[in-house]
Write a protein that binds this ligand. Structure first.
Ligand SMILES: Cc1cc2nc3c(=O)[nH]c(=O)nc-3n(C[C@H](O)[C@H](O)[C@H](O)COP(=O)(O)OP(=O)(O)OC[C@H]3O[C@@H](n4cnc5c(N)ncnc54)[C@H](O)[C@@H]3O)c2cc1C
Length: 416
C-alpha cells in the first residue's frame, strides 16, 4: 500500500506488537496504517524454508506459556496446526555428552539458583542475578549459558526483580508451519506500508509529523513498537526529544540469541525431538535440538556474549562452531553428515539489533516508563513494554492491543 498523507493512527513496526495493535483498531472507525521498515511482517518472528524439507523459525519458535498465549487462539482461527510435544530442554538428553547423573546434578544446581533469585526478589531490592550463583559451584559457567538462552545475556546483566516478574507457565508448544508464518497470516488484510523506515516523529505541532524513508505523513496518534535498541541508539528520533524514553530503552537492552539450522544426512541415526548438549563446563556452548518435528536437521541455539562473538566472526561462523561442537559430542563421522543451511545474525539486523529485552540490574521499573503514553498522542508497545510476558511474541502482541486500547480510550478527549 502506498503511503497516505494523513491518518488517525500510525502504527510503527509490523512485528507481533504492531499487528496486535492494528487488529485492535480494525473496527474502530479510525483510519490507520502500519509503517514497516522491512519488506515483510513479523519482525523478530520469521519463518523460512531453510531447504525444501526443513522449516526454520529464524526468530521466535515456541508458544511460551501456551495456556495463556493469545497466539494459540489466533492459530486456531487461522487453521495453523499446533504441535504440543514438550521441549527437550531439561531432563531429556541424548548420547554420552551429558550423562544422566551429571545432568541431574546440573538441573538441581540450576533450580537452586532460580530459587535463590526468587527468594531474594521477595525483598523488593534489586541486584544482579550473578550474586546468587553459589560460589565455587562447578556448574556456574553453564548456568550462565542457560541465562544467555533465556535472557540473551549472562547473569551479571540480569535484574533479579525483572527476572522474577517474568511469568512462565512452563507449557511450551510449537507451530508446524512456523511462528513467523502465523504472524504473516495474521498480517494479511491489514493496511501496511513496507520498506517504510520511520526516521523522525515530530510532535511539536497540533498533528504529528512522521518522516519516513517513503516520505512524510501526519497523524493524530502513533503507536511505536520498534525494538528498544533502536530507540536507545536514535534510529528513530523524537522532536522534541524524549530523554525519559531513550533512557528507559537504554536500560532495557535487547540481549542476543541466535539460531542455526544444519541439514542432517542419515537422520534416523538420531532421535526426533532430542536435545544434545554436553557437560562442557563452559558458558561458550550451544544447545542443539535434534530433528525438530522429525525433520532431517539439527537446530542450534546460542546466546549472550558467545553469540555476539560468533556473529562478529562473520557469516557462517555459527554454523562452523556448531558442527565442531556436535562432532566433539558425537564423533568425526558427523562432520560429513552435517551441512549449514541458515543462521540468524540478529545483532547485525538493522531493524532489530538484538533478540529480546532484559532489564539491567536496578532498572526493572523502566518497562512501565517505556510503556507510558506521552501527551495522549504517542503510545508505546513491543515486547519490552510487557510487565510479565516481556521477551516473548505473545507479550509483544498483547502489548500492541493494550496500546490500541489506550488510543481508543483517549478518543473524544483529544481526537482532533
Ligand atoms: C532467536 C530468537 C528466538 C526467540 N524465541 C522466542 C520464542 O521461542 N518464543 C517467543 O515468544 N519469543 C521468542 N523470541 C522473541 C520474540 O520474537 C520477540 O519478543 C517478538 O517477536 C517481538 O515482537 P515486537 O513486535 O515487540 O518487535 P519486532 O518483532 O522486532 O517488531 C518491530 C518491527 O518494527 C520494525 N522496525 C524497526 N525499525 C523501524 C523503523 N525505523 N520504522 C518502521 N519499522 C521499523 C521491524 O522491522 C519490526 O518488524 C525470540 C527472538 C529471537 C530473536
Amino acid at each position: 500500500m502506498s503511503l497516505p498523507s494523513s491518518v488517525d493512527v500510525a502504527i510503527i513496526g509490523a512485528g507481533a506488537a504492531g499487528l496486535g495493535a492494528a487488529h485492535a483498531l480494525k473496527d474502530s472507525g479510525l483510519s490507520f496504517i502500519v509503517l514497516e521498515a522491512r519488506d515483510r511482517v513479523g519482525g523478530r518472528g520469521h519463518t523460512i524454508m531453510a531447504s525444501p524439507e526443513v522449516t526454520f523459525d529464524v526468530g521466535c519458535g515456541w508458544l511460551h506459556s501456551a495456556d495463556q498465549n493469545s497466539f494459540v487462539k489466533i492459530a486456531g482461527q487461522l487453521g495453523f496446526e499446533i504441535n504440543k510435544t514438550l521441549p527437550p530442554w531439561r531432563e531429556r538428553a541424548w548420547g554420552k555428552a551429558f550423562p544422566p547423573e551429571e545432568r541431574g546434578d546440573f538441573i538441581r544446581s540450576l533450580d537452586e539458583f532460580f530459587q535463590r533469585v526468587h527468594d531474594a526478589a521477595k525483598s523488593g531490592r534489586d541486584s544482579a542475578a550473578n550474586l546468587y550463583l553459589e560460589p565455587g559451584n562447578r556448574w556456574n559457567p553453564m548456568i550462565d549459558a542457560i541465562s544467555s538462552y533465556i535472557n540473551g545475556c549472562e547473569t551479571d546483566q540480569v535484574s533479579i526483580l525483572d527476572f522474577d516478574a517474568y511469568e512462565d507457565t512452563n507449557l511450551n508448544w510449537r507451530l508446524r508451519r512456523g511462528y513467523g508464518a502465523l504472524m504473516a497470516a495474521y498480517g494479511v488484510s491489514l493496511p501496511l506500508a513496507f520498506n517504510c523506515a520511520v526516521k523522525l516523529i515530530d510532535h511539536s505541532g497540533k498533528r504529528l509529523r512522521i518522516e519516513t524513508s517513503q516520505g512524510t505523513l501526519t497523524a493524530n496518534k502513533t503507536i511505536i513498537t520498534v525494538p528498544t535498541n533502536l530507540i536507545a541508539e536514535g534510529a528513530i528520533r523524537f522532536h522534541p526529544a524524549l530523554p525519559d524514553k531513550v533512557d528507559a530503552a537504554a536500560h532495557l537492552p535487547l540481549g542476543l540469541a541466535d539460531k542455526v539450522m544444519l541439514a542432517l544426512d542419515e537422520p534416523e541415526a538420531l532421535p526426533a525431538e532430542g536435545n544434545l548438549r554436553g557437560a562442557t563446563m563452559r558458558t561458550e556452548m550451544g544447545t542443539f535440538h535434534l530433528r525438530p518435528f522429525g525433520q532431517p536437521c539439527i537446530e542450534g541455539f546460542f546466546g549472550g556474549r558467545y553469540a555476539q562473538a560468533l556473529e562478529d566472526e562473520g557469516d557462517g561462523a555459527i554454523a562452523a562452531h556448531s558442527i565442531d561442537e556436535i562432532v566433539a559430542f558425537l564423533g568425526s563421522d558427523f562432520r560429513r553428515k552435517l551441512k549449514p543451511l541458515s543462521e540468524s545474525r540478529w545483532a547485525h539486523d538493522p531493524f532489530a539489533r538484538g533478540s529480546y529485552s532484559h532489564a539491567l540490574p536496578g532498572h526493572t521499573g523502566k518497562r512501565a516508563v517505556l510503556a507510558a503514553p506521552v501527551d495522549n498522542r504517542l503510545f508505546f508497545a513491543g515486547e519490552a513494554t510487557s510487565p510479565n510476558f516481556f521477551s516473548t511474541a505473545h507479550g509483544a502482541r498483547d502489548s500492541g492491543e493494550r496500546a490500541a486500547r489506550e488510543v481508543l480510550s483517549t478518543i473524544g478527549t483529544s481526537q482532533g
